[in-house]
Design a protein around this ligand. Sequence first.
Ligand code: NAP
Length: 317
Amino acid sequence: MTTLSTLPKVMKAAVVDAAGPPEAIHIKEVPIPALPSNHVLIALEYVGVGIWDAEQRAGSWGSVKPGTIMGADGSGTIAAVGSHVTRFRVGDRVYSYSYGNGGFYAQYVSVPADRVAPVPAHLDMKIAGGMPCIALTAQSGLETLKVTRGQTVLVFGASGGVGSCAVWLGSEKGATVVGTARPEAQEYVRSLGAAHTIDPNSSEREGAIKRAAKDGFDAALVTADSNALASFFSHLKPKAPIAFPNGVEPEPRFSGHPASAFDGAMSHEAFEKLNAAISTRTLPLRVQVFSFQDVAAAHRRIEEGHVVGKIVLHIDL
Ligand SMILES: NC(=O)c1ccc[n+]([C@@H]2O[C@H](COP(=O)([O-])OP(=O)(O)OC[C@H]3O[C@@H](n4cnc5c(N)ncnc54)[C@H](OP(=O)(O)O)[C@@H]3O)[C@@H](O)[C@H]2O)c1
């Protein structure tokens, strides 16, 4: 094991002891997590806040184990390397997505090394902290749909986290992306590469869809349920596929079209593909930064809805 010589024994973490409102989260001192031989310890800088964190905290998934540290992704620097890990060195700038054994709302997290990747040199650590879960999920979605150059792809819910990354990755692949967004978020969605944006709640929706996708959609990636979905799905080409991340409920379905659920991949291979897609490009993901001590406010904000881009916590203690 290689470690920073200054590694402390304890750290600050945002902990939940029982399901409750945002104020149920409190920052306290806890031991530094253990470092199994295949893990790395990351000194975190920015961590992602997702609606799934708020659902977990509120008890929507059942009771909350005392001492739970939420958070599934973030960016930072390697502080220690397990004895079997060869790919990383102390001090490397990295980002990670590790759902399930996460615990990113903290100064340090211990995660399997294959769920970690170097942050591309030009990528801002704020953006890197907010994007692993949503970008790897968007990437899985586009792969599920087998999106290729020249296709016309609908991203329904394009202003949110997964949607933002799907628009950017889809247009980088050479697809013509049509994204849905409220009027105030449409310029942002176009800045990500969408060729067209449509307000899903507009009375002009039908005409806008016909103009944006004259021959229909080749595929649809759906990040939210809505009464408007059927009118978009009615413009899918025959047998064109629909895909949605697990968590979108009720599951979007449309007769005559295959619909698949998917999860964000947490593997080394998935991160390699993502880093290749980013390469030297700029990902203009909008991030709203909350100080670590304002973690309850970050949860209140995400529960209000209509977040454009992604919320991140700055581990600024
Ligand atoms: N299985 C996985 O691996 C995985 C990973 C990540 C996320 N997810 C799931 O994927 C979903 C999206 O996550 P996210 O982080 O991208 O969420 P998000 O940031 O809240 O984005 C949701 C998007 O859908 C839009 N939207 C919401 N309600 C709508 C409605 N009624 N009509 C039209 N548009 C609507 C939102 O825009 P407005 O609200 O402004 O209209 C926004 O653009 C969630 O269910 C999450 O749990 C699953």
